[in-house]
Write a protein that binds this ligand. Sequence first.
Ligand SMILES: Cc1ncc(COP(=O)(O)O)c(C=O)c1O
Length: 386
Amino acid sequence: MRSVGMLDLQTEYDLFRDDIRAAVESVLESQRFIGGPAIVELEDTLRERVGVGSAIAVSSGTDALLCAMMAMEIGAGDEVILPAFTFFATAGTVTRLGATPVFVDIDERTFNVDAREVERAVTNKTKAIIAVHLFGQCADMDAIHAVALGHGLSVIEDMAQAIDATVGGRRAGTLGRVACCSFYPTKNLGGFGEGGMILTDDKSLADVARRLRNHGESQRYLHDRVGGNFRLDTMKAAILLVKLAKLEAFTKRRRKNAAAYDRLLEHSDVVIPHVPSGQKPVYHQYSILCDARDELMAYLKDHGVGSGIYYPIGLHLQPCFASLGYKAGSLPVTERTCSRILSLPCHPMLSDSDVEYVASCVCAFYDNVSGATSILGTAAKAAGAK
Ligand SMILES: Cc1ncc(COP(=O)(O)O)c(C=O)c1O
């Protein structure tokens, strides 16, 4: 049976094998595993690519968020507004700093935060808004900035999934006070292990974040503030530099895959991703909304096609945030999306025919009238539909 997975890191590695081995070898020969030229080169390359004044390589996307918010002195008594529909780290880092995450609903069409809900959530304790560029498409930054400006708030970009995405010709990473990127292996620029980057035009924020990355050390063994060990390993930086060479081509391929899905699924029973004008997403995920989602997922699996649910539970309903008082129904768009979303394979190693095969399986599932009618009927009944 044909097999089309959500990822194909092995084939990707085959494209880079010799260069990656040479880069690793050179770090091994240097015996310098922390700091050094590869870290500086990676920071400089991303700083220039994104178009910001400072880039600080850190140990993960999570630590980028943590370190950036520490540098902004977000802490106890502060509230940070963020979408409930995102990866856990966006909220977990807020809580770890002693601040309170304030979850808001999303726009059902883009899966990104709804700026009107952000406005409603602002209080006199609000310190910042985290705009997540989910699935590789930028949040509605003009609307978010209008809210932020009106209330004197900072905007943090969570661009873990959105390296190279643009909106109105402006790049993710340049759209807020500070931006946080991830190099987790499955990301568009995926490393060999954990990794992340803080990007900002705010020089003083960058200086503080750079010190916090290294236990808040301002001079050798002199600590102005308590930081952490948020350093990126040199070996990982050297590998990321190799992988950067193909990022543009990979993004192009992701966009080609997405355009093919758009065409093949446009008139199907699923809702394809909405791309507002001016947006150029990088399709970290290609996510559809569908009825009978779990049945579709099982059908795809039976036909050798991988798929993923990002995310099955809104963060406001996670047990660890129960004390914040959200209930089922508090954020209806997020909750509805969690029950209907499905991401299809979109990685850069797919061929045209892989994409056609996946789309044909999706269509076949719904075209299978007897099976789909009963499945959809059951799903509709379960959802309380007429
Ligand atoms: C939206 C979002 N924010 C933050 C993170 C955290 O990044 P990392 O896994 O590198 O810590 C991720 C990645 O997993 C993510 O997808």
